[in-house]
Design a protein around this ligand. Structure first.
Ligand code: SF4
Length: 714
């Protein structure tokens, strides 16, 4: 008899509820759950492929150890014995900082690694922690930390009630939302327009989201901060600043006025490519809208001024009185969240050894990991632990990082695939598929446009240990308890710490263990006093209502007020001001692009996701193509200061002239991987072209957009 499991899709931030039909342990159907309280039946092609992902014959089903350059399957005990010997040898000889850790994007979509990964990292006691956050989102954590008091206090567009949505560098119709958990963004944006609201998209490309908008502005890549500053300038100039109820909770309004003075619409128009008259009109519309929100995403945080752009997005929300009010940018109230430290946010508590880059939110920039591996001296990184990460495709200057990983003394990876990064590992520890593990979206309910909670039990049994057990065995090794440490005792310790910080009793969770116990404790300590049993009794999730105003409690700065102009941010303004007058010189620049059927780098081994339109091409404007001699369907070499790739040409008018676009996550044509479908649809690695030198100055986040490139017919 088939049975149906109701699960939360953990693949992207949208958190869709899915109905999965299973017959004799085989997934026969995956569709959107129409009764899900949040997604109401929405599903995308990636969600449909969960069964194919589970059944992928290339997926690793046993630990691998490299012997004489070849991977061989070994028992779990053998794998951990190898790690115990070799990882501890590196630490004994070179110290804790010689071991780095990298957490990839999927690790935050997995409740095991989201909860137990940080425990392992803290036990490693190394300064060298890296993650995908410094690829694309650290500026938002940084500005939220300094403006609102905590890096996870991120205001989210109240998309279902807004009347005016100004969106920069985001394409949620394809990405399905980022730092904005909102299943079915097409439906939500159509509803916005149907109720008389207005959608304005600013993006160098006429994306699918821009196609849906009332208005699209094809901005020059990397100049969003200038446009936003000009909007601030106009608000002050025309006396349109109106904080409303925010006034008593906000510091720094006068500083903003003077900071914005040089950024007049006339000054920024030639640099951004947006007419001064349009900038004045947009500012007036934003101020006049009954309920409005400004939102920026990946395109705005993967550029040289990512921090300033992220900051100005929220400055505009405050100056127009739209922060923390329905229809504006609001702070979600999740049912379960990690207890906050209570300490004021600060960065730079340590610096990277080679380039002196500051730590932010406990991390060093991935852009400097290759420096740390390849530069000899005390503290040189000689070993690496990766958790669900593929930085050889997703990190900047990927060619250099790929070479650097080959120079390590030892590397261990937790991953379901032998891929472009894990091929450098000495030991690979596989984990269960999304359908074989329980799930609760700890991170993304914190970013959701509606307060919801949904627990997913594992839909299928797994022959592999859950990641939390694997992570605790690694914890046993790095803490000197050896590869056979008492996992139950370690888990008891972790639960005790969570309970102590949350102010609840471990015993309240009964005989639960692992993530179930931790989530139960966090729910009990949360705003709604739920328990895991409450969620288990609600297979379609629990709707906790629309976002609500949370000031002043949500703001935890030292002053207790929103800091509009903290020096940790405004110190970077002169660098931006120096770009006034920086007009286009005819140089082609590269931007990335999202694809509906791609999930960064790791789902190209599913046949259904690499068919049809999901192709790795370089998109070129017709005028640029004609000037270079490129034709649609031909091939081009694309070169930057970092490297060269060759790939098919797609001539299209959707791009701003002077801009070319390549999607990221491709480039599967390397030796030693075990992903046969991906290899047959290899594509080119766009991060061979991105550099690890230029960074967003305050946060060290990689610059992946606006890269100068040269194209030639191949
Ligand atoms: S939009 Fe995201 S969460 Fe929803 S089905 Fe697709 S991949 Fe899963």
């Amino acid at each position: 008899m088939p049975n149906t499991a109701h699960v939360t899709c953990p693949l992207c931030e949208a958190t869709c509820g899915l109905s999965v039909t299973i017959e004799d342990s085989v997934v026969t159907d995956v569709r959107g759950d129409h009764d899900d309280v949040f997604s109401r039946g929405f599903i995308c092609p990636k969600g449909v492929s969960l069964g194919a992902l589970h059944a992928d014959p290339d997926r690793l089903r046993a630990p691998l150890v490299k012997r004489d350059g070849e991977f061989v399957e070994v028992s779990w005990d053998e794998a951990f014995a190898e790690i115990d010997t070799r990882l501890r040898a590196v630490v004994a000889e070179h110290g804790n900082d010689a071991v780095a850790m990298y957490a990839g994007n999927p690790s935050i979509h997995n409740v095991s690694s989201a909860l137990y990964g940080p425990v392992l990292y803290r036990a490693m006691n190394t300064k060298n922690f890296y993650s995908a956050s410094t690829v694309d989102q650290m500026p938002k954590h940084y500005t939220s930390g300094y403006m609102f008091g905590a890096p996870l206090t991120i205001p989210i567009p109240d998309v279902d009630r807004t009347q005016y949505f100004l969106m920069l560098g985001a394409n949620p119709l394809v990405s399905n939302g980022s730092l904005m958990t909102a299943p079915d963004m097409r439906g939500r944006l159509k509803a916005l327009r149907a109720r008389g609201g207005r959608l304005v998209v600013v993006d160098p490309k006429r994306t699918r989201t821009a196609e849906l908008a009332d208005e699209h502005h094809a901005i020059r890549p990397g100049t969003d901060a200038l446009l936003l500053f000009a909007l601030v300038n106009v608000l002050f100039e025309r006396k349109l600043v109106d904080l409303g109820a925010l006034a008593e909770h906000t510091n720094g309004v006068a500083e903003m006025r003077s900071l914005a003075e040089p950024f007049t619409p006339e000054a920024v128009a030639p640099v951004t490519g947006i007419e001064a008259a349009d900038i004045r009109r947009l500012a007036a519309e934003l101020a006049a809208a009954e309920r409005a929100v400004v939102y920026g995403r990946v395109g705005t945080t993967t550029q040289e001024f990512g921090t300033l752009t992220s900051w100005l997005v929220d400055v505009l929300n405050v100056l127009t009185g739209n922060l923390d009010r329905p229809g504006g940018a609001m702070f979600p109230k999740p049912a379960a969240s990690a207890p906050a430290s209570g300490k004021p946010f600060r960065h730079g508590r340590w610096r990277s050894r080679v380039r002196g880059l500051p730590e932010v939110f406990g991390e060093l920039p991935i852009a400097t990991l290759a420096d740390e591996i390849q530069t000899p001296g005390e503290g040189q990184v000689r070993a690496l632990v990766t958790v669900a990460g593929n930085p050889c495709l997703s990190g900047p200057n990927a060619g250099r990082l790929d070479a650097a990983l080959g120079e390590l003394d030892f590397m261990v990876s937790l991953d379901v695939y032998l891929n472009e990064t894990t091929r450098h590992a000495d030991v690979i520890l596989p984990g269960p598929t999304p359908l074989e593990r329980p799930h609760y979206d700890l991170a993304f309910y914190q970013l959701a446009v509606r307060n919801v909670a949904h627990w997913t039990a594992a839909a299928l049994p797994s022959e592999l240990p859950q990641e939390w057990r694997t992570l605790l065995r690694l914890l046993g090794i790095v803490t000197g308890q050896g590869p056979d440490a008492d996992i139950a005792a370690l888990d008891e310790f972790v639960a005790g710490e969570i309970a102590r910080r949350a102010g609840v009793e471990v015993a309240d969770a009964g005989d639960r263990t692992g993530p179930e116990r931790l989530v139960d404790l966090m729910l009990r300590a949360g705003s709604y006093s739920l328990t895991l049993a409450d969620l288990e009794a609600a297979p379609h999730g629990i709707d906790l209502g629309p976002l609500t105003s949370r000031l002043p409690d949500a703001v935890t700065t030292a002053s207790g007020k929103i800091e509009l102009a903290p020096t940790a941010i405004t110190d970077d303004v002169p660098r931006l001001a120096a770009r006034l007058g920086d007009v286009p010189n005819g140089q082609l620049v590269l931007i990335g692009r999202r694809q509906l059927s791609s999930n960064n780098s790791w789902m190209h081994n599913v046949e259904s996701l690499v068919r049809g339109s999901n192709r790795c091409t370089v998109q070129v404007h017709p005028a640029d193509a004609a000037g270079i001699g490129l034709v649609d369907g031909g091939r081009a070499t694309v070169s930057s200061a970092a490297g060269t790739v060759e790939l098919p040409v797609e001539v299209t008018e959707v791009l701003r002239q002077g801009v070319v676009s390549i999607p990221h996550g491709w480039g599967h044509d390397v030796d030693g991987v075990r992903t046969s479908v991906a290899a047959a649809h290899a594509g080119a690695n766009s991060n061979v072209l991105t550099e690890d030198g230029p960074l967003d100055a305050p946060t060290g986040t990689a610059v992946l957009n606006g890269i100068p490139v040269h194209l030639m017919p191949a």
